[in-house]
Design a protein around this ligand. Structure first.
Ligand code: HEM
Length: 385
């Protein structure tokens, strides 16, 4: 069936569709890794801070909370900066659908900026309070709710763009874009998959931090074991949530997903990588932290995210194609010199991100060794030795 998608921009695309797709998948995969660390990391910090600030709590609980909380503003920087490139690529490829859905939920969509700024500011407050061993769990839960709301708005927009059949009635009901539609059976499963994935990836992040953050041996061991437990449980739950996403798709989309080899490979690939992550997390629970475990966890997370993004891309392309929108059917006039300059700058940009990460890891953070005098006990000295 054909739906009235707006006509594409008359200016041709300056590069092939496959190139935009590759760039979109890579940058969105990175955006998702940072995003999942933020979503899961926040709630884990809230729980650790709640127990860590109770009287008689063991010191590593609080230290772990503070160590994670102080990194969350940096993680947010990556969430935002790695969100911008896929937004540009997605708009180039799917602008006719995405612009329409963004306008239809305009008030919510634009409010993301304000919510994001508030959440960002709160992250600094949380870092400050956990550093001083003060209670921050209520602030952290509040921030998690804000981030969860942004995630809901994104899940709504990226599913509404696939439903041109609903656009007219939505506009008639709310021309100001004040409604956030709840009637799509695929939105909630997608949102839940991101939220459960958040805990899972944040668990792997804890395993990674156990050896790369200059945490003391005791705090490192605590992070790695707890991270392993959280990751193992939530990767299992995420497998269930992802299956729910699949089940919620219309029959024709399910049929195509299970018959096209790209989606069979990426779908099963994602499952295999998730099972590998569960196994790695189990090893982290029983073994001492090691660089091997930290880096293999991080690499497998990145790979699994790329397969997930490719599969998600398939859901979008198939759904839109069924409704008469073929993303590959575009007028293209490639400007190779501009493409070459762009690619060089893109690779340099990725290199700079890697370099920034390595600087953060190598820096001897004052906070990690500075102690609040109020809990400078014998055991503290032991931990920070
Ligand atoms: C804390 C802030 C953010 C949260 C919680 C968040 C959450 C999400 C979620 C849940 C999705 C997947 C939605 C789905 O498909 O169901 C998503 C996708 C996406 N996000 Fe973010 N996001 C955040 C910040 C940003 C920012 C600042 C940008 C860009 C300026 C951005 C750009 C994107 C893009 C472009 C996609 C999808 C691209 C595609 O489908 O090709 N995000 N985000």
């Amino acid at each position: 069936m054909n739906y009235p998608f707006p006509v594409p921009d008359p200016i041709p695309l300056p590069a092939p569709v496959w190139l935009f797709k590759i760039l979109n998948v890579v940058t969105l995969g990175l955006h998702f890794v940072a995003l999942e660390i933020l979503i899961g990391g926040l709630l884990i910090v809230a729980i650790l801070n709640y127990f860590g600030t109770k009287s008689g709590a063991s010191l590593e609980v609080n230290r772990a909370a503070s160590l994670m909380a102080r990194r969350l503003p940096i993680v947010m920087t990556y969430v935002i900066n790695l969100g911008v490139p896929p937004l540009l690529f997605t708009q180039v490829l799917y602008g006719q659908a995405l612009y329409t859905s963004s306008v239809l939920i305009g008030l919510w969509w634009i409010s993301v900026i304000a919510i994001l700024m508030l959440a960002y500011w709160l992250l600094y407050k949380i870092a400050e309070r956990t550093e001083e061993n003060r209670s921050a769990w209520h602030l952290t839960i509040g921030t998690w709710l804000l981030i969860g709301l942004i995630a809901r708005i994104y899940a709504t927009n990226f599913t509404l763009m696939l439903r041109p059949e609903d656009w007219q009635s939505l506009y008639e009901n709310s021309a100001l874009g004040t409604m956030l539609p709840m009637n799509d059976p695929t939105t909630t499963p997608r949102w839940v998959t991101m939220l459960t994935g958040g805990f899972a990836v944040a668990g792997v992040w804890m395993i990674w931090l156990s050896t790369t953050s200059r945490a003391s041996e005791t705090v490192g061991a605590y992070l790695s074991k707890l991270g392993g437990k959280i990751a193992a449980v939530f990767f299992l739950l995420q497998l269930g949530a992802a299956y729910w996403v699949f089940l919620a798709q219309p029959d024709i989309v399910k049929e195509q997903l299970t018959s096209q080899s790209l989606y069979l490979i990426t779908g099963y690939g994602w499952i295999v990588l998730t099972v590998a992550l569960i196994a790695l997390s189990a090893v982290a629970i029983v073994r001492k932290p090691s660089l091997f475990l930290s880096w293999s966890g991080a690499s497998v997370v990145l790979l699994s995210m790329l397969t997930m993004v490719l599969y998600r891309d398939g859901i979008r392309d198939i759904t839109l194609l069924v409704k008469g929108f073929d993303v590959w059917d575009r007028n293209i006039v490639t400007n190779w010199s501009v493409v070459a300059i762009f690619l060089v700058l893109f690779v340099v940009g990725l290199g700079v991100i890697g370099w920034l990460l390595s600087v953060v890891m190598r820096s001897k953070e004052e906070g990690e060794i500075k102690l609040n005098p109020s809990f400078a006990t014998e055991s503290t000295k032991e931990i920070t030795k």
